[in-house]
Write a protein that binds this ligand. Structure first.
Ligand SMILES: Nc1ncnc2c1ncn2[C@@H]1O[C@H](COP(=O)(O)OP(=O)(O)O)[C@@H](O)[C@H]1O
Ligand SMILES: [Mg+2]
Length: 497
């Protein structure tokens, strides 16, 4: 890109050295700098980009953007000094990629729970009709079936713009993004212009970061406020009518609202819901008539997710018939009440619930069809060094299960004892065990199970690791459980080790 044009977008304090005519790339990680590129020094939580300037130059950087003095050979590189490099990258990134979000229909999904599920439903339904679509979030960046890993649910501003650019270049007509409250507050969505903003729900989570529910609600609301004020544009807001915080989100935007829900009047409303272990069916009332929906995903929470996805796609202009057809093929999002395939006499689900509300929803997904003779065993852990207030509330919700195993989910530097005792404080009954080592906890779940029982492993979902100390160790609830179940339930099972 033409260097002068690129830098015309930011306020500059001064320039040292001579700017090249054009630059090839832009990076905030010195390892990602390419020859002839720009390196922007960002001060992160743990490292300061200003200390990596020489590395960037060695990699071929031609321009450095800095807010503090940097020593470089001005014969080789130019330095652009700005007041604040965070603000500089927020402006430079979308400008460099020529505002790719304007070239597609952008759908943003926010809320405490359901973001991954709703965004993947939208993506799957779009693909089912043959549309090119991309989706990004906790599970990664999925472009035309190729999945690339992402570091966070909402990536940094440069990565975000780069992904949107890649999707636009691949001729995707829609990109759906999971939008986290952290991402919104930290400005990682600068330059991302959404057309449709979807709200799932707001319940207790991340209060270590936001402090109060009010701040947390406000953070989520930014997605709606940031839709802008150009009301000549066709933009929509999709809100959950059964969620009290929706009223607040509605006040934060002037764009038209499409509502969805089960319990209250809504534009998209589900009735006659039938939950079964293998799927869900219901009648959907919509502004254009009633439809019968059959889905392979389980739990009432997925009815909400399906309604949210439907309203978003309807806002985009998709035919209802196509949406209903698409809903019939959506698989469970990876690690979201995902049934583990086995012919052993156990029903095992892997789930990502790690907030009190999600735990309640996960358990309620199986209760309607659980028989009296079946036990529901629920394994739940919390992370170390994170939101401690939610621990007892999580255990209290988990108490709905017949037997609960309290454990850890990425204990990090925190000792097992404090995690477990804070969880135990919330237990409503004594039918539980507290086991810090997650692998042992999983084995214990199988050991207390009788043939026919149901086990839900919550918290890890799609993740295949456990963070202990500063190490990321491989871990799979499903693999450990299956191995243990083979040993216990398979007739003639022979130990191989
Ligand atoms: N609409 C919903 N309401 C409440 N809980 C939900 C909802 N959708 C999913 N869940 C629960 O929350 C967990 C996380 O779901 P996910 O779609 O990954 O949400 P997010 O991306 O917002 O974290 C799931 O495993 C499930 O237990
Ligand atoms: Mg997610």
């Amino acid at each position: 890109m033409d260097t002068e044009k690129l830098f015309s977008i930011i306020p500059i304090k001064n320039i040292k050295g001579v700017l090249p005519k054009s630059v090839t790339d832009i990076a905030v990680d010195s390892r990602a700098v390419s020859a002839g590129g720009v390196f922007v020094c960002i001060e992160g939580f743990t490292v300061d980009g200003h200390s990596f300037v020489q590395k960037a130059v060695d990699q071929g950087a031609r321009v450095i953007v800095a807010s503090k003095p940097v020593a470089v050979d001005l014969e080789k590189v130019a330095v652009v000094y700005v007041k604040n490099t965070d603000r500089a990258i927020a402006l430079l990134a979308p400008h460099f990629y020529q505002y790719p979000s304007k070239r597609m229909t952008m759908i943003g999904v926010t809320g405490t729970n359901g973001k991954t599920s709703v965004s993947n439903m939208i993506h799957t339904i779009l693909q089912h009709t043959g549309e090119r679509s991309a989706v990004t979030g906790t599970i990664g960046f999925n472009l035309d079936g190729t999945l690339m890993e992402t570091e966070n649910t909402t990536t940094d501003v440069l990565t975000t713009q780069k992904m949107i650019h890649q999707a636009a270049e691949a001729d995707c007509s829609t990109m759906t993004m999971e939008v986290s409250s952290h991402g919104l507050v930290e400005g990682r969505l600068a330059g991302t212009e959404f057309d449709i903003a979807v709200f799932t729900n707001l319940t207790h989570d991340h209060l270590d970061f936001h402090g109060t529910m009010d701040n947390y609600g406000h953070a989520k609301g930014l997605l709606f406020a940031q839709l802008g004020q150009d009301l000549s544009q066709r933009k929509f807001v999709v809100l959950n009518a059964d969620e009290p915080w929706s009223e607040r989100m509605e006040k934060m935007t002037s764009y038209p609202v499409l509502s969805y829900g089960i319990r209250r009047e809504a534009d998209f409303r589900a009735r006659d819901i039938v939950l079964s272990p293998d799927g869900t069916s219901f009648k959907m009332e919509t502004p254009v008539g009633d439809f019968t929906v059959r889905m392979n995903v389980i739990g009432e929470f997925n009815v909400y997710n399906a309604l949210a996805a439907t309203a978003a796609l309807f806002a985009k202009g998709m035919e209802m018939e196509d949406i209903i057809n698409g809903l019939s093929v959506i698989p469970a999002a990876k690690g979201r009440m995902e049934k583990v395939e086995t012919d052993l006499p156990l029903t095992i689900y892997v789930d990502y619930a790690h907030s009190p509300d999600a735990i309640e929803k996960a358990i309620n997904a199986v209760l309607p069809y659980k028989k009296a003779e079946q036990k529901l065993i629920f394994v739940i852990g919390t992370g170390g060094n994170r939101d401690r207030k939610k621990r007892p509330i999580m255990a209290e919700k988990a108490s709905i299960a017949d037997y609960v195993i309290l454990t850890t989910d990425d204990p990090r530097d925190e000792p097992y004892e404090s995690i477990l005792s804070e969880l135990e404080a919330g237990m409503a009954h004594k039918r539980y065990a507290a086991i810090g080592d997650r692998a042992e906890a999983v084995k214990h779940a199988v050991s207390v199970a009788d043939a026919g029982d149901i086990i839900i492993f919550a918290g890890k979902g799609h993740e295949d690791f456990q963070i202990v100390g500063h190490e990321k160790l491989p871990h799979s609830d499903a693999a450990i459980a299956l191995e243990e179940a083979e040993r216990k339930f398979r007739k003639g099972f022979i130990e191989t080790e």
